[in-house]
Design a protein around this ligand. Structure first.
Ligand SMILES: Nc1ncnc2c1ncn2[C@@H]1O[C@H](COP(=O)(O)OP(=O)(O)OP(=O)(O)O)[C@@H](O)[C@H]1O
Ligand SMILES: [Mg+2]
Length: 260
C-alpha cells in the first residue's frame, strides 16, 4: 500500500518574461513524499527548488502536471500545508506566545486550547522560558524557532521550508537541523526542506531529490541508506561509513550542474 502523502506528477513551470520570451524553470518533475518523512530538495541556484515548493504550497500556478495531497489535487494555499520562509517573519509587537497563537486565533481555535497548543510547540522548539518575550529581544535562531513553532501550531500535514536556516550562523544552523529531527520525531509531520547545503541535506533527509539547473529536472533521487533511521546527533551521522562517499558524490553532481 502506498504511504505517499504528496505526489508531484510531471510538473512543469514556464515563466513568461516581461521583455518577451519564456523561461522553463521546472521541466517535467515527478517525485513523491511519504507520510511522516523528510524530503530535501537540493540543487544549484536556479534549479527551480523554490518554484517547486511554492507550487506545492499553492502560491504558484503550474504550467503542466499535478500536485496531489492525499490524492486530491492542490489548487491553492491550504491550512494543511504550512510554509516557513527564510527571513524571520515574526510579529515584533506580539510576545512569542501570541505570535504562535496568531494563526490559531484566525482559525477560530478557542483561547484555552490556543494557549495549550502554543505552550506545547514553543516547548518543542526549546523556547518555553521566552513565551512572554518579544521577538526583537531574541537571536536570529530563536526567531526562526518562533516561526517554526507558529507554523507547527496550526498542525499542518506538511511543513514546507525554503532554506529556513540560510541566514543563521553555523552553530545555530546545526542546532536547528537537530531540532528539526526532534520535531519530525515528536510530531510526525511530513516535511519538504529546500537547501543548497549538502551536509544539511544528508543529515535531514529520508530522501533527497537532486535537481539539475536550467531547466530544473530531477537528476537523481537519493535515499541515504547508510543511515540506520534518524539519528539526532549530527556528528554521529557524519561518522557513519558511507557518509563521505555520498557527500563526495553529491559534490560532484553540484559541480557538474554548475558548469553547464
Ligand atoms: N516570477 C518569476 N518570473 C520569471 N522567472 C522566474 C520567476 N521566479 C523564478 N524564476 C526563474 O526560475 C528559475 C528557478 O528559480 P527558483 O527560484 O525556483 O530557483 P532556486 O532553485 O530556488 O534557486 P536558489 O537556490 O537561488 O534559491 C530561475 O532561473 C529564476 O530566474
Ligand atoms: Mg530558492
Amino acid at each position: 500500500m502506498s504511504q505517499d502523502l504528496l505526489k508531484i506528477r510531471n510538473v512543469s513551470k514556464v515563466f513568461s518574461l516581461p521583455k518577451g520570451g519564456e523561461l522553463t524553470a521546472v521541466d517535467d518533475v515527478s517525485f513523491t513524499v511519504e507520510k511522516g518523512s523528510i524530503c530535501v530538495l537540493l540543487g544549484p541556484s536556479g534549479s527551480g527548488k523554490s518554484t517547486i515548493l511554492r507550487m506545492v504550497a499553492g502560491l504558484e500556478s503550474r504550467t503542466e502536471g499535478a500536485v496531489l495531497l492525499n490524492d486530491t489535487p492542490i489548487e491553492g494555499p491550504g491550512r494543511e500545508r504550512g510554509m516557513v520562509f527564510q527571513a524571520y517573519s515574526s510579529f515584533d509587537w506580539m510576545s512569542v506566545g501570541k505570535n504562535v497563537e496568531f494563526g490559531m486565533k484566525i482559525n477560530g481555535v478557542p483561547a484555552d486550547e490556543r494557549r495549550a497548543r502554543a505552550e506545547r510547540f514553543i516547548g518543542l522548539v526549546g523556547l518555553s522560558k521566552f513565551i512572554d518575550t518579544y521577538p526583537s529581544r531574541l537571536s536570529g535562531g530563536m526567531r526562526q524557532r518562533v516561526a517554526i513553532a507558529r507554523t507547527l501550531a496550526n498542525e499542518p500535514e506538511v511543513l514546507l521550508m525554503d532554506e529556513p536556516f540560510g541566514a543563521l550562523d553555523a552553530e545555530t544552523r546545526w542546532q536547528m537541523q537537530e531540532l528539526m529531527i526532534d520535531v519530525a520525531e515528536a510530531s510526525g509531520t511530513t516535511m519538504i526542506i529546500v537547501t543548497h547545503d549538502i551536509e544539511e541535506a544528508i543529515f535531514l533527509a529520508d530522501k533527497i531529490v537532486f535537481l539539475s539547473s536550467h531547466p530544473g529536472r530531477v537528476k537523481e533521487e537519493i535515499t541515504p541508506l547508510f543511515k540506520p533511521g534518524r539519528l539526532r546527533n549530527k556528528e554521529d551521522v557524519i561518522a557513519l561509513p558511507g557518509y563521505s562517499e555520498l557527500e563526495r558524490k553529491i559534490m560532484r553532481m553540484m559541480r557538474e550542474e554548475g558548469h553547464k
